[in-house]
Design a protein around this ligand. Structure first.
Ligand SMILES: [Zn+2]
Ligand SMILES: [Zn+2]
Length: 343
């Protein structure tokens, strides 16, 4: 039986924290269930999940649909599209069986790259590698989640590009899953014929999806959130504090409203970009803050001189989880600058 390899390449950058990553996780499970109900897909589809933030890696290697188990999605800092593309191409080189005159190999792989942000690395080299070696060997579908997704980078190498409107978050992920399932199923049924990749009318008429046809539509709006990374001073695990830009506040001195605080796992570091980050924000631009999602301490936005953000619960002294110095507290009204995550 010839395989139809499907690669889901998922953005797990900080901007996905909270509801987005939960919905994405559920969306992948729903997609698997839907595909499993189709006899053609069951016979041919093999699935792999690749994640990328600052770094890219495989969460699930290419596995037949029947034995596929949806992976846990981690979170990291950065949106390295170039790293994701390079990792994907390494996987294709290793795993895809190409046809030879004597033997039929795999069907042309389907690659879905999903992102909600703009690249934070330079993907030029990866894109030309794709153009030289993979352009005709795989089908690439470039999917933007929400208006902050920059689809421009991959637009020139993709077979299909579309954006999902993120006004209704549940609907977005339902449509995302439907559109992916639909294209996989139509490809698995038409195997043998070279059919172009497309979306069916029903899905397009739903209104959540807009097809990208020109460069202007591919460009993203400026992001309107800020994410601060903290570390619990008790359990030493990271957490993310998310702020959203208050509408109509000036761009040079934007004000941000507190949205929520989310725990992340130890592997946050492994998925993050380790280049120095010079993007600063002052606490005077931030409105409100939550406590620590790991230990329940009341204040999540304390800062050490070393730059580390950490949690405290009104104690007189705390050991900084960044530099291990003992800090003595007095309440201060002086504003300070903190480093923004890359998103
Ligand atoms: Zn804590
Ligand atoms: Zn410190």
């Amino acid at each position: 039986m010839r395989r139809l390899p499907v690669y889901l390449v998922v953005d797990i950058s900080e901007s996905m924290i909270g509801e987005n990553i939960r919905q994405m996780q559920e969306g992948i499970s729903r997609l698997i269930n839907q595909l499993r109900r189709d006899p053609y897909a069951l016979e041919s589809v093999h699935l792999s999940v690749i994640a990328f933030a600052g770094a890219a890696g495989t969460l699930s290697p290419l596995t037949e649909l029947m034995n596929f188990y949806p992976p846990r999605l981690p979170i990291g800092s950065g949106t390295s599209i170039g790293a994701a593309l390079n990792h994907l191409m390494d996987c294709l080189e290793k795993n895809i069986i190409y046809s030879t005159p004597e033997k039929k190999g795999d069907w042309k792989p389907l690659v879905y790259i999903m992102s909600d942000g703009s690249p934070t690395d330079d993907p030029t080299q990866a894109i030309s590698r794709w153009q030289q070696h993979f352009r005709n060997k795989a089908k690439l579908i470039n999917i933007g989640i929400g208006k902050f997704a920059n689809l421009d980078t991959l637009n020139k190498i993709s077979d299909l590009t579309y954006r999902l409107d993120d006004d209704d978050i549940e609907k977005v992920y339902r449509t995302l899953c439907e559109s992916i399932a639909d294209s996989i199923l139509s490809q698995s049924r038409s195997l043998g014929m070279e059919s172009p990749i497309s979306l069916n009318r029903e899905i397009l008429e739903d209104g959540t999806i807009s097809l990208i046809k020109n460069k202007e539509q591919a460009v993203a709006l400026d992001e309107n959130y800020a994410i601060i990374v903290g570390k619990c001073s008790k359990v030493k695990l990271p957490y993310l504090i998310k702020y959203e830009r208050i509408e109509h506040s000036p761009f040079d001195n934007a004000m941000f409203q507190y949205v929520g605080v989310y725990p992340v796992e130890k592997d946050y570091e492994d998925w993050s970009d380790h280049r120095p980050n010079y993007s600063k924000i002052s606490t005077s631009q931030l409105w409100g803050c939550g406590g620590c999602p790991h230990c329940g301490a009341a204040f999540g936005l304390c800062m050490c001189n070393c730059g580390q953000i950490f949690c405290a619960n009104g104690e007189k002294e705390v050991i900084c989880p960044g530099c291990n110095e003992t800090l003595y507290f007095e309440t201060t009204s002086t504003d300070f600058d903190i480093t923004r995550a890359r998103g």
